[in-house]
Write a protein that binds this ligand. Sequence first.
Ligand code: NAG
Length: 296
Amino acid sequence: MASIGGIMVALITPFTDDKTKIDEGRLQAHIEHLIKAGVHGLVPGGSTGEFTTMSTAERKQLTELCVKFAAGRVPVVVGTGSTSSDEAIELSAHAAKAGAAAVMVVPPFYDPVNLEELHEMLGEIHNASKLPIMFYNIPAASGLTLSPQEIAGLSKVGVKYLKDTSGNAPALTELIFGLSDQITAFNGWDSLTFYGLAAGCPGGVWGAANFIPELAVELWDAVAVKGDLKKGRELWSKAWPICKFLESHNYCAAVKTGVELSGQQTGGLRKPFSLLKPELQAELKVLLQNAGVKTI
Ligand SMILES: *[C@@H]1O[C@H](CO)[C@@H](O)[C@H](O)[C@H]1NC(C)=O
């Protein structure tokens, strides 16, 4: 199994047209397309995967399907966060049995936990699953803002990786340069991808990679592998307007709309969410065309 890093796709969950089920065929086709494009990992069951609208049984099914379809070619890091410790533990233990490489855990997001409660929750998840944890730092959704030192300190309870969706570049920098002996920080804020990779993040968890996987992998190769800043900037000038667009609208809706525009059916989003309205779809289509991405 390849190590965890590089371009890791914050995977969408394709549904059937009536949205009552995960669409296995669409999921398999999507994963095949991404792996052929060269991505380095899959992260299902996160924000982009609409986990908040899925039952526990469906989340387990999604994990099993992703591991099966990835077939050992890339690691699968499963989002198992929940507002309840019991559910997060159950999902994490299941992910371990199903063959996940790690679990990604967002802290409870309705009522913020305190640091002590977070330590206990993560420790229990780690004990039950024995998997390394990727801490999903997303203060805007969880209501929990931790300092870089507090985030690195989560390594005491099984956290090995960070998906940083704080949008706080100075804090990310501190984690990369000052605290990397405790935690491996991946960028998780789309519009900071170039900075994160250039500063030395050994990867990023990236929703846009669902529909611009080739561009994402090219950017990784240029900036992180070859250190070719000139080429990296050229690629980033294409990807950045797309990232900015995603962050300016409902993120999952914008990503799923992007996947539809690239010619793959997703089944749309479960209510109360929906694909972007036609005017915004048209706007995204122009950005994709400007970036040289084929659209329908
Ligand atoms: C995890 O397991 C270790 C070893 O059995 C134990 O010392 C620790 O208290 C457990 N942590 C939690 C949070 O349950």
